[in-house]
Design a protein around this ligand. Structure first.
Ligand code: NAI
Ligand code: 5RP
Length: 299
């Protein structure tokens, strides 16, 4: 199959490489010329613009977007849409909000597949897990590419209609936050608890047969191996948060309680605040009602 790929960063390059490896022809475009050159070195046909990519693809265009969620997706679709018709298929493999994907699917002249992509750059060798929403025929049409980009046939499936792929990926990320929080809390207790433990040893032992073994736990093991049991100079700061915020917003709308995911998101926000106002006020209020000593910043 001939596939256009727009967005050749950490994730898009893997879409290109794995598609080429499986014998597909790839036409590649990115705003960054170096990224296009690198895709061309790997065997893709370079494109100078979205219009050039569309012209090179000819009829029955299949185009995979792997650009940052938000404005970049809209800008790309604005450029691409005049070249599309109803036989064509566009895949958005980024972390777009499912409601934006629904709107884009409605506005797009081609069939639109919203594709939640999990595994990250570390999955270059093994392939991704792909959660796909959109018309069945378009999914069926792209199966050879999904087989290549995912871990294999079991690594992708159609979740349901438009929006459902990004909906499932949004919830996946919420679960990711909660799992990271759970591992973090367990290791924090071990780090600050009664025994002088080597946390890499703990993680490795857990990863071999324990109920809580997982890829995230393997990444914990790797982190302790490379940074040490005390995590060295790794900062107490967690970036990101958009997909977790969407998950929590959706849980409020659906009135489904997800306290663990919410708590994990709150921990992220908390990591960005030094000297939380609420904690400082609680410190002062304890003096107000109990005449407990106020801890002062210079103490
Ligand atoms: N990095 C990760 O672990 C994961 C990322 N994702 C999602 O995949 C998408 C891509 O992420 P990454 O590859 O990590 O980002 P990245 O920042 O590594 O790459 C994005 C690429 O898109 C290009 N680009 C930006 N605007 C463009 C435009 N208008 N036209 C053409 N190219 C444009 C950039 O030059 C860059 O090469 C995002 O939506 C991200 O949330 C999904 C799962 C995991
Ligand atoms: O989708 C992902 C992993 O599954 C991406 O790594 C995403 O960036 C993670 O979300 P956040 O930036 O909020 O941590």
């Amino acid at each position: 199959m001939q596939l256009g790929v727009i967005g050749l960063g950490r994730m898009g390059q893997i879409v290109v490489d794995r598609s080429l490896e499986a014998g597909h022809d790839v036409v590649a475009f990115d705003l960054d010329d170096e990224a296009v050159e690198s895709a061309a070195d790997a065997g893709a046909t370079p494109a100078e613009s979205v219009a050039d990519l569309a012209a090179t693809l000819g009829d029955d265009k299949r185009v995979w977007l792997m650009v940052p969620a938000g404005k970049a997706v809209d800008a790309t679709l604005d450029d691409l849409d005049p070249h599309l018709d109803s036989d064509d298929v566009v895949v958005d493999g980024g972390n777009s909000h499912f409601e934006r994907s629904l709107e884009r699917a409605e506005a797009c002249s081609a069939a639109y597949l919203d594709c939640g992509t999990s595994g990250g750059p570390a999955s270059a060798e093994e392939g991704f897990s792909l959660m796909i929403g959109g018309p069945q025929w378009a999914y069926d049409e792209l199966v050879p590419v999904f087989d290549a980009v995912a871990t294999g046939p079991a690594g992708h499936d159609r979740m349901g209609p438009e929006g459902s792929g990004h909906y499932v990926k949004m919830v996946h990320n919420g679960v990711e936050y909660a799992l990271m929080q759970a591992y973090g809390e367990g290791f924090e207790l071990l780090a600050d608890g009664r025994y002088d433990l080597d946390l890499e040893t703990v993680a490795r032992t857990w990863n071999n047969g324990a109920v809580i073994r997982s890829w995230l736990l393997e990444l914990c093991e790797e982190a302790f191996e490379l940074e040490g049991s005390d995590l060295g100079d790794v900062e107490d700061y967690i970036a990101g948060g958009s997909t977790g915020t969407w998950t929590v917003q959706e849980s409020l709308e659906q009135e489904v309680p997800i306290p663990l995911i919410y708590q994990a998101l709150a921990e992220r926000f908390d990591s960005r605040n030094e000297g939380r106002f609420s904690r400082r006020l609680a410190n002062r209020l304890r003096y107000g009602f109990g005449r407990h000593e106020v801890a002062r910043q210079d103490d």
